[in-house]
Design a binder for this molecule. Structure first.
Ligand SMILES: Nc1nc2c([nH]c(=O)n2[C@H]2C[C@H](O)[C@@H](COP(=O)(O)OP(=O)(O)OP(=O)(O)O)O2)c(=O)[nH]1
Length: 316
């Protein structure tokens, strides 16, 4: 896309406490959109890396030092005053207690109960992404058996699983409908979100939270299906671009490592994963051969989280 004004590079910190509250600050008087709520941050200065800019802004604005920050989504947005490229980071550990060093207001918020307004318009997709957990489980009844799958699911829900995809390629018709219904009921009892692979009608019929499109579906569609949550599988830059164009809520990208479920596909490796999503505006889950302990590394590579078909169901 062509931009009439030069891009202004901006860093923004989504500072997240362990109880999932995140920090919003109000824009000081004298700036465009004064009084609007935003993530702390500001313009990158010449010669600064994004992380250096983030460090500087958080010290200047809030008096805190970053201890752990993960690169996250990027977003280009055109305002009347400028076109900005926002580099969002998730800051999960810091030293010091944030306070408004520039007389701005501070407020700890949650996605489900946002109580400040108005927000800077570029930030809405970021709030949407914050509602997505970092672990995305994929059902595997074809290997585990249906009863064992339901049992493992209950255990995982009790341990805090909040997001899963029903993907059972060997089941169809009433058998799939029965299993999917059982899974959705259990998940919803724990307020976990469930999306169904490919089948938009089945998702609507059973009251699932949305669908997960195959990459072939993604490439053949011209608009986003009208469901609450819509994700898609991607393997390359072209598919990621199509997912952004259609306005998907999230994608999975892989296989990152070699996996037994897709032996024919060449693994991307972490370096390529990270390079492919560097400018991506969507939350991206890493997928393929991953175990729960890979999460921290996936976050360091810019991933939103990890998707798992096997390790998520193994006893810990
Ligand atoms: N800090 C911040 N800026 C955002 C967010 N979302 C968003 O669209 N922006 C836009 C608004 C502004 O056009 C631009 C940031 O510019 P700014 O004026 O706040 O930058 P700054 O703190 O470096 O200010 P200054 O030194 O130029 O006065 O990015 C956000 O969440 N945080």
């Amino acid at each position: 896309m062509a931009h009439s004004s030069p891009l202004v590079e901006v860093v923004a910190a989504v500072i997240i406490r362990s109880d999932d509250h995140f920090l919003l600050t109000s824009r000081p008087e004298g700036k465009p959109y004064a009084g609007y709520w935003e993530f702390p941050g500001g313009k990158m200065e010449a010669g600064e890396s994004a992380l250096q800019a983030l460090d500087r802004e958080l010290q200047e604005e809030l008096g805190i030092q970053i201890k752990q920050a993960y690169p996250w989504m990027k977003r280009i947005f055109t305002y009347a005053h400028a076109t900005v490229r926002l580099h969002f980071y998730r800051v999960v550990d810091w030293s010091g207690e944030p306070f408004g060093r520039e007389n701005q207001l501070l407020s700890w918020q949650t996605v489900d109960n946002l109580s400040v307004t108005p927000l800077l318009p570029a930030n809405f997709p970021v709030l949407h992404a914050l509602a997505l957990p970092s672990i995305y489980a994929i059902t595997n009844a074809s290997e585990l058996g249906e009863e064992a799958m339901l049992h493992k699911l209950e255990q995982a829900l009790q341990q805090g699983l909040k997001f899963l995809q029903i993907r059972e390629k060997t089941l169809a018709g009433d058998r799939l409908r029965w299993l999917a219904d059982e899974i959705i009921q259990r998940a919803h009892a724990f307020e976990a979100k469930v999306v169904i692979n490919s089948d938009i009608l089945l998702s609507r019929e059973l009251g699932a939270d949305g669908v997960h499109l195959t990459s072939a579906q993604l490439m053949s569609l011209t608009s986003r299906p009208d469901v609450n949550w819509c994700g898609a599988s991607c393997h390359n830059a072209e598919e990621l671009y199509q997912a952004e164009r259609l306005g998907m809520d999230f994608v999975v990208l892989g296989p990152v490592l070699p996996t037994v479920s897709h032996p024919g596909l060449t693994a991307l490796g972490w370096q390529k994963f990270s390079a492919l999503i560097r400018d991506c505006s969507l939350p991206v889950y890493a997928l393929g051969g991953l175990v729960q302990t890979d999460l921290a590394f996936a976050l360091q590579q810019g991933g939103h989280g990890i998707a798992m078909l096997r390790d998520v169901w193994t006893d810990k």
